[in-house]
Design a protein around this ligand. Structure first.
Ligand code: NAG
Ligand code: NAG
Ligand code: NAG
Ligand code: NAG
Ligand code: NAG
Length: 311
């Protein structure tokens, strides 16, 4: 099985590398054609477009980004030369002034290491940040477009685990996805979730990928109900979204006391400690301090929740 997989992988990888000077033309989805362009000198690619079966017996005029092409392109099937980064929206019309009958977007994907559309979240996380509130399976991911690419639009999101496709919904502003999914919290996870986000800015297409186990991204929600009780002990609750029973899905807490007026991220701390209990007694002479607490899964030592604080 492994050998077979390696052979297939080599066929793919080696094939691409030995032909890396060629432009690869691929239909990504309905009405979208992608040109994968090698790094270095870029040859002109000839792309065949067709207006569609429905318009087989009528006059067809082509435009690129709303402008008639030069030289003019006529007929249901045409071959257009695409140079460098000059993709765009190719539309076919019944007459030079008629409405579009159909269209094909030609996008360019450069085969290089550099990305320009999204900004790195952090060195460890890369371009996409994913998080889940528990082990039930639903997760969300987010990304940030760079300053000059704020109009970049998500074309397609593919999420899957092994053979199963995970449906994801794009946020209204295109800056992230929510993937409602179900997972049995008691099972050992066997396969990673893999995610590919296709995003384009004008005719430049970039594909960002990420692969992870749910357990690596489970981050408890901010701890609710943090308060000082009558006996002078700080108390808080498990997040409502956290997995139950709490005896099985235990959290551990980090408490931190910082100087009054400082944030929980402050390095000038008075003390810090860890506990498994949802209460902590601070024995300090001063009454002016900020009490902070956050949680992580005790068993996986996964990501920490955001801080909760009590002044
Ligand atoms: C590489 O390109 C050449 C010429 O187009 C073709 O004959 C060959 O089959 C390609 N090799 C692979 C591994 O795809
Ligand atoms: C594209 O078409 C032009 C004109 O027909 C031809 O000269 C050129 O060689 C073609 N390029 C490729 C890469 O097929
Ligand atoms: C429009 O073009 C696409 C190819 O880009 C084709 O699959 C589709 O059938 C066409 N639509 C019609 C109505 O012909
Ligand atoms: C391309 O043109 C068609 C027809 O005018 C339009 O419906 C479509 O939204 C355009 N696509 C983009 C990405 O601009
Ligand atoms: C840390 O907390 C435990 C109880 O959870 C307590 O026994 C211990 O004294 C604390 N350590 C410090 C340095 O405050």
């Amino acid at each position: 099985m492994h050998t077979f997989f390696l052979l297939v992988l080599c066929a793919v990888v080696c094939g691409v590398s030995s032909n890396s000077t060629q432009v690869v033309i691929e239909t990504l989805m309905d009405n979208v054609v992608v040109l994968r362009v090698p790094d270095g000198p870029r040859p002109v690619a000839n792309v065949t477009l067709s207006c569609g079966e429905a318009y087989q017996n009528q006059a067809v005029f082509w435009k690129k980004n709303g402008v008639e092409m030069n030289p003019p392109q006529r007929g249901n099937h045409v071959t257009v030369p695409v140079e460098e980064m000059k993709g765009g929206n190719f539309t076919c019309h019944p007459s030079p002034d008629g409405d579009a009958l159909n269209h094909t977007m030609i996008l360019i994907q450069l085969q290089r290491d550099k990305s320009v559309i999204l900004e790195k979240k952090s060195l460890a996380e890369g371009y996409i940040h994913c998080s889940a509130p528990n082990y039930k399976g639903s997760f969300h991911c987010s990304w940030t477009r760079t300053e000059f690419r704020t109009n970049a639009a998500v074309l397609l999101v593919k999420a899957q685990r092994y053979m199963e496709t995970i449906p994801c919904e794009l946020n209204a502003d295109g800056s992230g996805i929510h993937c409602p999914h179900s997972n049995c919290p008691y099972n050992e996870e066997q396969h990673r979730i893999s995610l590919a986000v296709y995003i384009h800015s004008s005719s430049l297409l970039e594909v960002y990928t990420k692969s992870f186990y749910l357990r690596e991204i489970v981050r408890p929600a901010k701890l609710p109900n943090l308060h000082l009780n009558d006996e002078g002990v700080f108390e808080w609750d498990y997040p409502h979204s956290w997995e139950k029973p709490c005896t099985f899905f235990g959290l551990q807490f980090q408490v931190k006391v910082v100087h009054s007026g400082h944030s929980c991220h402050s390095d000038s701390l008075i003390m810090t400690n860890t506990t498994d209990q949802t209460r902590y007694e601070v024995n300090l002479k001063t009454k002016r301090f900020v009490f902070c607490v956050r949680a992580q899964d005790k068993h996986t030592s996964g990501p920490w929740s955001h801080w909760s604080q009590c002044t």
